[in-house]
Design a protein around this ligand. Sequence first.
Ligand SMILES: NC(=O)c1ccc[n+]([C@@H]2O[C@H](COP(=O)([O-])OP(=O)(O)OC[C@H]3O[C@@H](n4cnc5c(N)ncnc54)[C@H](OP(=O)(O)O)[C@@H]3O)[C@@H](O)[C@H]2O)c1
Length: 238
Amino acid sequence: MSSSPPVAVITGASQGLGLALAHALAGQGWGLVLDARRETVLRDAVRGLPGGPHPAIAGDVADPAHRRDLVDVAAELGGATALVNNASTLGASPLPALAELDTTTYLRLLQVNLVAPVALTAALLPQLRPRGGVVVNLTSDASVEPYETWGGYGSSKAGLDHATRVLAAEEPALRVYAVDPGDMRTRMHQDAFPGEDISDRPEPVTVVPALLRLLGGELPSGRYRAAELLAGLTGANR
Ligand SMILES: NC(=O)c1ccc[n+]([C@@H]2O[C@H](COP(=O)([O-])OP(=O)(O)OC[C@H]3O[C@@H](n4cnc5c(N)ncnc54)[C@H](OP(=O)(O)O)[C@@H]3O)[C@@H](O)[C@H]2O)c1
């Protein structure tokens, strides 16, 4: 008798780190529920994944109806064991100083990078709890370092770090992680440094083994840096 494969929900899976992780998990036999806003890009990206077909649901993580769709589809697949809150926005490119950050942009940053991951996690808890599931929230060094012009994005990720710690305390049966992937050669990174040559930054696929370590659920809940996980270190930080 074959048991059904574990299911992961990955947001922002049409490119960059989310897509690289989707490839790795699909290759290991996971069932996946994937999203991104641009439907054609998402559909084309997901078509290349092993296994499947993997449901790809176009939508905005800041939209409560879209989040409900993700939760419902995960339930139809048997229930989620893992949630990777990866979708994220910089808000504006080039990045503005706090003095120039308009409140519309700032609210959008908080909706996408903080409110949406917390709300999606809450909605998935009934599936994650009975499976002793794992939540991985993608954070950034900008959540702890006071880089000029990174205050809007950085404070949204700092909020996500704190929500991660609180959720870990509230849900001891789960593993709840924040992970800083480090610089990666992606659209987001290019948008952060418009016009700069970013070809020296590592490809997102190099970070995937760090996420797979966390998804194994053996490490205690906490905040991790991918570089330390890749080096075999296990101490959670800050
Ligand atoms: N790249 C870096 O150097 C770096 C460094 C530190 C932390 N991070 C973090 O790592 C994560 C992955 O970043 P990345 O560089 O791989 O990003 P990326 O290449 O820009 O990809 C972002 C993905 O998220 C989707 N997305 C964006 N906004 C969305 C929304 N509102 N709703 C649903 N999907 C949305 C995008 O597709 P659509 O545009 O079609 O929606 C895309 O699939 C992010 O959380 C980021 O903050 C990245």
